[in-house]
Design a protein around this ligand. Structure first.
Ligand code: NAI
Length: 272
């Protein structure tokens, strides 16, 4: 599918990987609706989410590439917000051709100590969010006659690890949702794929994972956990970047004969 001149929604687009995806799509000529919460405080989390100012800044960065871009404040766990997100995008840009489900959160702790509230919120944002956003966008994608959904899962959606059970369970769910939707929508020429990022220096690592010492996240002398995991836990020995993930999203939005896959962009940290 030609992505130039098409219209895409990216959730969780204010910062981090979502911002990187939006910028790569903009470079490829795609108009964008950039969606984020607009409220840094989430009671279930130990770190701040993006502020509205960050979303507005990213919209301006995207527009600098010569495409149209609008901000939308929405919580992907609320069906009414997702319906409004789809309606506002279609009204402002004219159609929805690409949906990128990127919004996500992390909470860390052993299962024995983990709160029900944290479990519910991680599952709501990471697993239910992509379901609700897809449901809201499917009528628009069908109207467009062709389209792509790209879900941002994780290598944590391929293998469970100590200390991040809820996060891993939510990402396994994203991979399963991707496969099921790919089969449901294939006949309508809507392709559904996932990207599984490896190790990126975003808030999830700098504000959360780097601050805990989990059995599987030993840092080694003088190095933070992310540096240790990225150098020791990958074939390529380096971190991934938001632009790497954006490049994979652009590829999957374009790739006419690819559906139902969960593509690792992880430097070899996961090969299945
Ligand atoms: P981040 O915390 O910088 O970005 C997440 C964005 O989602 C923020 O802008 C936040 O405000 C937004 N968001 C959170 N809850 C929301 C909600 N209910 N509704 C709307 N927006 C919401 O983290 P990062 O790393 O950029 O994460 C992006 C995606 O990449 C997530 O799905 C994450 O699980 C995934 N990922 C990240 C990896 C990493 O190493 N950083 C590795 C693998 C996957």
């Amino acid at each position: 599918m030609e992505v130039r001149g098409k219209n895409a929604i990216v959730t969780g687009a204010a910062r981090g990987i979502g911002r990187g995806i939006a910028l790569e799509l903009a470079r490829a000529g795609t108009n964008l609706a950039l969606v984020d919460l607009g409220n840094p405080a989430d009671a279930a989390l130990t770190y701040n989410l993006a502020a509205q100012t960050e979303l507005l800044r990213t919209v301006e960065e995207v527009k600098a590439h010569g495409v149209r871009a609008i901000p939308i404040l929405a919580d992907v766990t609320r069906a009414a917000d997702c319906a409004r997100m789809a309606a506002e995008t279609a009204a402002a840009l004219g159609s929805i051709d690409i949906l990128v489900n990127n919004a996500g959160i992390i909470a860390v702790g052993l299962v024995a100590d983990f709160s029900e509230q944290q479990w519910d919120r991680v599952m709501a944002v990471n697993a239910k969010g992509p379901f609700l956003c897809a449901q809201a966008c499917i009528p628009h994608l069908l109207r467009a006659g062709a389209g792509a959904i790209v879900n941002i899962a994780s290598i944590a959606g391929k293998r469970g690890r100590a200390g991040v059970a809820a996060y891993c369970a939510s990402k396994f769910a994203v991979v399963a949702l991707t496969q099921a939707l790919a089969e449901e929508l294939g006949a309508a020429n809507i392709r559904v794929n996932a990207v599984c990022p490896g190790f990126l220096r975003t808030a999830m690592w700098t504000e959360v994972l780097n601050k805990v010492r989990l059995p599987l996240f030993e840092s080694g002398e003088g190095r933070d956990n992310l540096t240790f995991m990225a150098t020791q836990g990958t074939f390529l020995g380096r971190e991934q970047t938001p632009a790497d993930i954006g490049e994979a999203v652009v590829y999957l939005a374009r790739a006419d004969n690819v559906t139902g896959i969960a593509l690792n962009v992880a430097g070899g940290a996961e090969v299945n």
